[in-house]
Design a binder for this molecule. Structure first.
Ligand SMILES: Cc1cc2nc3c(=O)[nH]c(=O)nc-3n(C[C@H](O)[C@H](O)[C@H](O)COP(=O)(O)OP(=O)(O)OC[C@H]3O[C@@H](n4cnc5c(N)ncnc54)[C@H](O)[C@@H]3O)c2cc1C
Length: 424
């Protein structure tokens, strides 16, 4: 276009749509428009304050969560307590829990930033999200004053928490729970067992789902959540479970043998009796969105590592990235990661606006976890045999990303939830 034609075109746009000529520096681009999918300063949902927070989280992970630490934690099957305290000190826990309750009072996007950075980095050993995004919202929204008093120690990383719903015999169908809590005077006596519990081995505080009314018309109306100090006699830990991924994250079996707790341990106190399923339902949208957030971020991190590798790796006398089939593969992965990112950011925006519905959260969880794992598998292929070696981070991303399709509700269950309004 000649200069004069360009001028005319610009003037036209100016007259027709003044919004189109916002100076470039005031706009935030989307990550796929920039140099890297994990570039700080991109994404229209964020502000400069978010960027500053993200920089501090990235720096923290670079300093404290090195591959040497990861190797050590993976060997132990759990992290050192020390990293929880450091994270607390840095302000990475309870980020969006209200400050008047002892949280940090940030917004939901800030807590997402912590999860995104951990996922970009492929350092899945850190079970912070379970504490900040699942346990703390239960306590802050539904807890009694006594239960809310746990929040400052959780924010500081002085206490670690878990939530125990899944049992050896039931996971997807929580209405099939067998763990029972039987009233005995002013107390409840809990018997049963749980499995696959994140942070379960290290936890100081556990939220336990148990049947309190076996005669309820619908099983969902007879379940309560109990907030329990894990030092209480009768709370026992089984072995740390060996997993195919997330090897440094503590995942445990728990056993309750005549675990006696006061009725004040029911989440929400007496008024929380038989409300457990209702509480769980209220928080599922956030939990599922967070799994989507983590999954798409893992894919973005994996993509950037793969891109760097294919530039360095020489095959047949030239860098791998010079082969057209490899370029196509990277183009496919980048496109799918970007489409996923756009949907994920829009779901995050909906959550911020208090408008995230169950169907959208289920779509985010299902699609983002599946696309993440399938595309990470494509990335791994480009590393050849090195991609199959644990010392290469891509192997970790591959194994870690598999879990998202199972936990937080298996993806088949997500599809049922998505299908319900389609059928109505
Ligand atoms: C790494 C990890 C961490 C976890 N952390 C926790 C935790 O902290 N706390 C906790 O309580 N639980 C946790 N879980 C458990 C997780 O939530 C359950 O594994 C999950 O809900 C599935 O339950 P299940 O394993 O009993 O599978 P099942 O319910 O036995 O289902 C088996 C498979 O059947 C299929 N399926 C199930 N329902 C349907 C359906 N309606 N339609 C079609 N197909 C279906 C799916 O393919 C599913 O994967 C964790 C799991 C893992 C792997």
């Amino acid at each position: 276009m000649s200069n004069s034609l360009e001028m005319q075109a610009r003037n036209l746009i100016k007259r027709v749509n003044p919004c189109r000529i916002v100076p470039q520096r005031q706009m935030r681009s989307e990550p796929w428009q920039g140099e890297s999918l994990i570039e700080i300063g991109t994404r229209t949902i964020f502000s400069e304050e978010h960027d500053m927070f993200r920089e501090s989280v990235r720096k923290f992970l670079e300093e404290h969560v090195t591959m040497t630490e990861m190797d050590k934690w993976e060997e132990q099957g759990m992290v050192d307590r020390d990293i929880w305290l450091k994270a607390g000190e840095q302000g990475l826990l309870g980020v969006d829990t209200p400050d008047e309750l002892g949280g940090l009072g940030g917004d939901f996007l800030m807590t997402c930033i912590v999860s995104e950075e951990i996922s970009y980095n492929g350092t899945s050993a850190l079970g912070f999200s379970l504490q900040s995004d699942i346990v703390m919202p239960y306590l802050s929204k539904y807890g009694t004053d006594e239960q809310k008093a746990l929040i400052p120690a959780l924010t500081a990383g002085e206490k670690i928490s878990c939530i125990a719903m899944t049992e050896p015999g039931t996971g997807s169908d929580l209405q099939g729970l067998k763990t029972k809590a039987v009233k005995d005077g002013d107390d409840y006596v809990i018997n049963g067992s749980k499995v696959f519990i994140t942070n379960g081995y290290m936890a100081d505080v556990a939220i336990i789902a148990a049947v309190t009314d076996p005669t309820a018309k619908r099983a969902a109306e007879g379940i309560s959540l109990f907030v329990v100090d894990t030092k209480t006699p009768g709370f026992e830990r089984g072995k740390l479970l060996k997993k195919i991924g997330m090897k440094g994250q503590d995942t445990a079996e728990l056993f309750f043998n005549d675990l006696r707790v006061p009725s004040s341990a029911i989440l929400g106190g007496e008024s929380g009796l038989n409300q457990g399923f209702f509480f769980l339902m209220q928080e599922l949208a956030r939990e599922r969105l967070m799994i989507g957030v983590q999954s798409i971020s893992m894919l973005e991190g994996a993509f950037e590592r793969t891109r760097a590798y294919t530039k360095d790796r020489m095959v047949f006398g030239k860098p791998l990235i010079q082969l057209q089939t490899i370029q196509h593969r990277l183009a496919e992965v980048k496109t799918e990661a970007s489409v996923g990112r756009a949907f994920c950011d829009s779901a995050m925006r909906l959550f911020m606006e208090d408008n995230l519905d169950y169907t959208t959260a289920s779509m985010a969880k299902y699609w983002l976890t599946e696309k993440s794992h399938l595309n990470i598998s494509k990335c791994l292929q480009l590393f050849g045999g090195w991609g199959y070696m644990w010392e290469y981070p891509i192997a970790r991303y591959y194994a870690d990303s598999r879990a998202g399709m199972i936990y937080g509700g298996a993806n088949e269950v997500m599809k049922e939830l998505i299908a319900r309004p389609i059928m109505s």
